[in-house]
Design a protein around this ligand. Structure first.
Ligand SMILES: [Zn+2]
Length: 467
């Protein structure tokens, strides 16, 4: 009875602080003041130092940086224009992350429009793709069960022999999308992002006959170092811990406020709210501000590899990424059956409307953990309709005005309540999954082809070679 009584008091305190602490929004502002925090830039380094300082100020234990080597990418000038049937600049064009440079005169070829870039849409143009430039938008065909990721479309273009790749936004607003082409390495073929408006212009012309585009990219891929910022709240005894992760790197176009300033603001808020509970929880909490997510989950993949020997000590991973954009909220449990059961109980106790979904977001930091069998939870408060895509994410419009303080506070409140219950959970939160069950879940969610194309389908052992 005593524990329940204590929990109720803590819970009241957490809810009250979620709505009253000024630091919650101030942290987000401070982070946005550092710019987009693209990996390898001074803004990213400043964010890392600021986070370590915040972790210390909050009173987390064992605050440290975990360094690793990776390959950074730097954007140079980029230009693209339609050169046939008439000259028309594609003013929105920007190089996608890890795009290799072209020759100074640029890459010029015919444009092949594969619409949303599903396998069927690619196959319809199989003969025309070799040597030409594939144009795909960021949308997903109607009725598709999952969003088709940029890297999947890009890799399909590469495999089918394309010479270049154009990724057009499917949402309006003169917003060219950025994003990485390859996890952590220079990509095979030149690639640019363009706005929906420029993409529509190309498609309209391509319907009437041949369209040729010239793209000129200058860029550089170079060795660099990054670090995760780690801090802990110890429990009464050593036990498997709950890892709360959020990536602090962003893109070089804007403030990366939604993706993922909002996630870092949540992480800091949770750290601050829970710090006084050191020694009182059943599960220790480990807060990890992850680096280089936007380069293709480079940082979280490195973290999982580096902690492989103690992977069973991670009871649960909670990934805070771009979750604060209004809309109905809830939790994705990444297909882990026992996590679903635990979360059903947690949510039933809270008397608060929350969605619980098995869906796996395969292009965020939860994924390397999921692939290692670690139960993972993605809180969200945004429109997850597949056609909604990323919204303003990865564009010049990912700025602070897009994150409502109220949404941020509501997220803090809900996630803090859930985290409190999970951190006091009397038994195992959820079992780690072995390769067979994991493979079933990935296949159920129609992810095999995507993961294979993106070269992150795990090596499930020799048995898989025959399937
Ligand atoms: Zn993100």
């Amino acid at each position: 009875m005593e524990e329940a009584f204590n929990r109720a008091i803590w819970e009241e305190r957490l809810i009250g602080q979620a709505w009253t602490k000024d630091s919650i929004y101030e942290n987000l502002e401070a982070l946005c003041d550092l710019g987009g925090r693209f990996a390898g830039t001074p803004g990213e380094a400043a964010a890392r130092a600021w986070l370590a300082e915040r972790f210390h100020a909050i009173g987390l234990s064992n605050v440290h940086l975990e360094w690793y080597d990776y390959k950074a990418w730097e954007r140079g000038p980029c230009q693209a224009e339609m050169v046939f049937p008439a000259r028309h600049p594609l003013a929105s064009a920007l190089a996608l992350v890890y795009a290799p440079p072209t020759s100074p005169s640029g890459l010029e070829a015919k444009v092949i429009d594969v619409k949303h870039g599903s396998a069927t849409e690619f196959d319809a143009h199989a003969n025309e793709i070799p040597g030409n430039i594939v144009l795909a938008d960021s949308g997903t065909p109607y009725g598709y069960r999952r969003r088709i990721h940029r890297r999947e479309k890009y890799m399909r273009a590469v495999k089918m022999g394309a010479a270049g790749f154009i990724f057009s936004n499917h949402l309006p607003g003169q917003l060219a999308p950025t994003g990485s082409l390859q996890p952590g390495q220079e990509a095979e073929i030149p690639a640019i992002g363009i706005s929906k408006e420029d993409g529509f212009f190309l498609c309209r012309n391509a319907r009437r006959g041949e369209v040729r585009v010239n793209m000129q990219i200058d860029s550089r891929t170079y060795p660099a170092r990054a670090a995760h910022v780690v801090g802990e709240i110890p429990a009464a005894e050593m036990a498997p811990h709950i890892l709360i992760g959020a990536h602090y790197d962003g893109h070089d176009l804007a403030e990366s406020a939604m993706d993922n300033g909002s996630g870092i603001a949540l992480l800091l808020a949770l750290a601050e709210l829970f710090a006084p509970l050191a020694g009182k929880l059943r599960y220790p909490l480990r807060f990890v501000a992850l680096a280089t997510e936007e380069l293709g989950l480079v940082g979280s993949t490195q973290y999982v590899d580096n902690h492989r020997h103690e992977i069973n000590d991670i009871a649960l991973m909670i990934n805070l990424d771009s979750g604060v954009q209004g809309g109905v909220g809830g939790f994705l449990y990444n297909g882990f059956p026992e996590l679903a059961e635990t979360m059903q109980q947690v949510i039933a106790e809270m008397h608060y409307p929350l969605i619980l979904s098995p869906r796996i977001i395969s292009a965020s930091d939860n994924m390397p953990f999921v692939l290692a069998g670690v139960p993972a939870l993605n809180p969200f408060r945004r429109d997850l309709t597949i056609s909604a895509g990323r919204g303003y994410g990865h564009t010049i419009a990912d700025t602070l005005d897009k994150v409502e303080e109220r949404d941020l506070r509501e997220n803090v409140m809900v996630i803090a309540q859930v985290l409190l219950r999970l951190a006091l959970w009397p038994g195992q939160i959820a079992q780690h999954l072995g390769p067979e069950l994991l493979m079933d879940i990935l296949r159920q969610q129609n992810l095999e082809e995507s993961l294979r194309l993106r070269q992150i389908w795990p090596d499930f052992g020799a048995a898989d070679e025959t399937t």
